[in-house]
Design a protein around this ligand. Sequence first.
Ligand SMILES: [Zn+2]
Length: 103
Amino acid sequence: MRGENLMQSCENCGEKFTWKQIWKSMNLAYRPIYCKKCGTVYKVPFDQKWKVAFIISFPLLILEFFSFPIFEVSLRSSLIILLSWTVVVMLSLPFTIRYKKIT
Ligand SMILES: [Zn+2]
């Protein structure tokens, strides 16, 4: 399984989006992506944005769920877990997120 095969490609011409392209779009409040080859415009559907929000807040839910004394983690470790999780998620999101063609 090679990373680039996971990237979404243009429905029109098959041109693969780059990780950088998607990453940039995500950091600009999900700005639409233009296919470099044919100019087709792609946007992130609403449900995908929810998915991203859910994945990022997932450790919070887990920490909340396991907040029994035996599992208790300090605030500092929780923050470290959350931060590293967010970084990992942000870096791998371009592979996970799916853009939709705008017609
Ligand atoms: Zn294209």
